[in-house]
Design a protein. Structure first.
Lengths: 272, 276
């Protein structure tokens, strides 16, 4: 199969996800409503802290929390799509037809990654705008372009780690997909999603240095809160590139081990 | 689309399409490490290009395991399997280009329409939207799928209709080896005959080699050049129906099956580990 055929196959995965999103659009809107509510419960914490007598820069804290919640939601969409690539196909029974097609696993999962990044970015931007409307945030100086670039660069690493979690439903059809959420939670808890990583115990702070979410959150906050230009965010960008370059082959290798294990044990198809 | 432009069967009768050599597979189960979980036990067979070979067996006899190994979905523990000379493990990608499959379950994204399911599946085989735009309606028409229902979600279609779409999906990629794993199980008599007629047409018009795994004796007799009996993972015989009946001194295929296995055809076999 030539590279052209591989890219057509990748396009096929994107096409399938477009069809599915169209069919489930009302469910997606309902989940979006849930995400907005969930984000609001976090972002209101800043105002609540002040109302109960705490001393805090409410606007800065609100924006900090909002960025954390949006990145959390974005990461959730990427992990959900990639992990569900396997879980959903098992449930529908199509997994064997996909795995016996002459399409490399990289392109197969890459198609899901491309769609999840595009869809996730749209959802993240919409979530940010909708929740920001609840608060009187002064974002005139924010550099949204730089923030978007950071999120896109970070997406490569998120995708690589997502591939590793996508193998979990191959190992456990019953609980594997849920374990993807555990990975998402672990990644964010060490990355300073709602707090600076300096408050973490030493060993967790060390873990934050190998988490791409740390650099994504740091760079996006600097761009939005301080209006930092892209050129000044290189210290966040290069680690994201390094982690991204390493995580995709590592993710594919981990996935290939899981696929081989499932093919040996005959659990590729089992749906329950 | 992969266009193979194959020459007629007669001119290549000696080409081996499928070769299984001492193929073995165990499914480990808790408390059973004594080999009693063997799904396949030393299966050896060859299928020539253009042939239709049926493998008969009860549920759990190992039929689906053979199909999955050939489809690169399962790794054998012993022996080897090749498709047109390509090893299913070391040359899996080459094998995948040549093979497609119709199984007992017409597995699709149920909320998507027949047309949508076929479109994205064709992309995995390198077919562009320009190629599928005309080809999909044409192929659906050939399998007798009503044009008015192409846009309907699969979940609204009967099993017979879904199975026709499964045949269309398999044929869309022009496979040279078609693996049919109980393709008519659960279909009404009319749909069953339609599917069988279509399988004959595919074989004649597309020069496809067919491996049919079934527990429908009539279907095996009607479609296959040779019939094999798989029992508890062992291939007991593989020959034309007449010779098979003669070997077991039987009047019918059912009688031959009983004599060969010592069991009624409808008896339930052991679990196969993975079932379609």
């Amino acid at each position: 199969m030539t590279m052209k055929h591989e890219l057509i196959g990748l396009g096929g995965v994107v096409e399938r996800n477009v069809y599915l999103t169209r069919r489930y659009i009302w469910w997606d809107l309902a989940f979006f409503g849930w995400t907005v509510a969930n984000t609001l419960t976090i972002v209101f914490i800043a105002e609540g802290f002040e109302a109960t007598g705490g001393q805090i820069d409410v606007e800065r804290a609100t924006t900090t929390l909002l960025i954390g919640a949006v990145v959390w939601a974005y990461l959730g969409i990427i992990f959900e799509f990639i992990t569900e690539t396997v879980a959903w196909e098992r449930w529908e029974g199509t997994i064997e037809y996909t795995f016996m097609a002459p399409l490399s696993r990289g392109m197969h999962l890459g198609g899901t990654g491309v769609f999840s990044v595009i869809y996730g970015l749209l959802r993240a931007v919409l979530l940010f705008v909708v929740v920001a409307l609840f608060f009187d945030l002064a974002l005139e100086g924010a550099n949204f372009g730089a923030a978007l670039v950071i999120l896109i660069v970070a997406s490569v690493s998120f995708f690589g780690i997502g591939i590793m979690t996508a193998v979990l439903p191959l190992l456990s059809p019953e609980k594997g997909a849920q374990l993807g959420f555990v990975a998402q939670g672990l990644l964010l808890v060490v990355s300073g999603v709602y707090y600076p990583v300096s408050v973490l115990p030493d060993w967790m702070e060390w873990l934050s240095t190998i988490s791409p979410a740390t650099y994504a959150l740091d760079g996006i906050r600097a761009a939005i809160l301080d209006g930092a230009p892209l050129s000044s965010l290189w210290h966040d960008i290069w680690p994201l590139i390094v982690i991204g370059v390493a995580s995709i082959p590592l993710g594919l290798w981990v996935f290939s081990l899981g696929e081989r294990h499932a093919k040996r044990r005959g659990t590729l198809k089992r749906s329950g | 689309m992969i266009d193979l432009h194959l020459a007629p069967v007669e001119r290549h009768a000696a080409v081996v399409a499928v070769e299984l050599s001492d193929l073995g597979k165990d499914f480990r189960r808790r408390g059973k490490r004594d080999g009693s979980g063997a799904a396949l036990d030393g299966v050896t067979l060859t299928v020539e290009r253009g042939e239709c070979v049926a493998v008969l067996g009860q549920n759990g006899s190992g039929k689906s395991t053979v199909v999955r190994i050939l489809a690169t979905l399962l790794l054998a523990d012993r022996g080897s399997a090749t498709v047109f000379g390509h090893d299913v493990v070391t040359e899996a990608k080459a094998v995948r280009r040549l093979v497609n499959r119709v199984s007992v379950e017409a597995s699709f994204f149920k909320k998507l329409s027949a047309s949508e399911n076929l479109h994205y599946a064709a992309r995995f085989y390198g077919m562009t939207s320009g190629q599928t735009r005309g080809r999909i309606p044409e192929i659906l028409e050939r399998v007798g799928f009503p044009a008015a229902r192409r846009g309907e979600p699969m979940e609204n279609l009967s099993r017979g209709m879904q199975q026709k779409v499964a045949l269309a999906r398999a044929l869309l990629t022009s496979p040279v080896l078609l693996l049919l794993d109980e393709p008519t199980t659960g279909l009404d008599p009319r749909s069953k005959l339609e599917v069988q007629a279509f399988v004959r047409e595919v074989r004649e018009a597309h020069d496809a080699t067919i491996l049919l795994c079934t527990h429908d004796l009539t279907e095996a007799e009607a479609l296959a050049d040779r019939v094999g009996i798989l029992d508890r993972g062992r291939l007991l015989c593989l020959e034309p129906v007449d010779e098979l009946n003669r070997r077991y001194g039987a009047e019918t295929l059912e009688e031959a099956f009983f004599t060969a296995t010592g069991r009624e055809f409808d008896d339930e076999g052991p679990d196969e580990g993975v079932k379609t």
